[in-house]
Design a binder for this molecule. Structure first.
Ligand code: HEC
Ligand code: HEC
Length: 127
């Protein structure tokens, strides 16, 4: 009735196929996120550690500040004044000019894809 041999062979091939991607990656070092920090500036609008964990909230705050309140300036913890702009401040030449080498480096690693660039343009990107 049942052909035990065929079932077992089938199972072995099946499991092998499922595990194939794992074998393919075995022994390869997982590439760590390595965001390129600005050459000159020592910190972002707020201290690095704070930005690391809170940049999304800062960006939300910045957006609401401009879009809802019409306020285009931001005063940081240490009293410095910044013009609120994703493109012209965050992504400026002195700070994070290359989205790929900074933002994407982490986001790709974490598997997140902020939708901001559906509308905002990347420096050097032609739309
Ligand atoms: C549907 C299109 C759209 C999307 C998606 C979008 N924005 Fe905006 N954003 C705008 C528009 C329009 C303005 C107003 C531009 C102005 O008045 O300078 C703006 C303004 C801003 C500003 C303040 C002004 C500036 O020049 O930066 C920030 C900061 C901002 N958005 C951040 C974000 C972030 C962060 C995301 C993703 C989480 C995002 N936006 C997604 C359309 C969008
Ligand atoms: C050091 C790693 C790292 C770098 C560099 C980085 N991010 Fe992020 N970002 C994250 C992580 C992690 C999250 C997700 C946090 C969560 O889901 O709670 C995130 C989330 C976000 C979000 C919210 C997305 C959402 O869907 O809620 C925005 C907006 C964002 N990042 C913008 C930026 C921008 C703009 C840059 C570059 C100027 C940048 N990030 C650079 C790690 C990073």
């Amino acid at each position: 009735m049942y052909d035990g041999g065929k079932i077992i062979t089938g199972l072995i091939i099946g499991i092998g196929l499922i595990a194939f991607p794992i074998w393919l990656n075995a022994g390869k070092a997982v590439k760590k996120a390595d965001p390129k920090l600005p050459a000159k500036e020592k910190q972002c609008v707020e201290p690095t550690q704070y930005m690391l964990t809170n940049h999304m909230e800062v960006l939300d705050l910045w957006r609401d500040s401009v879009v809802r309140l019409g306020d285009r300036y931001f005063i940081s913890f240490d009293g410095k004044k910044y013009r609120v702009s994703l493109q012209n401040t965050c992504m400026s030449a002195e700070c994070h000019p290359k989205k790929k080498e900074f933002c994407d480096e982490c986001h790709d690693y974490m598997g997140i894809e902020p939708y901001c660039w559906d509308c905002h343009i990347e420096k050097g990107e032609k739309k």
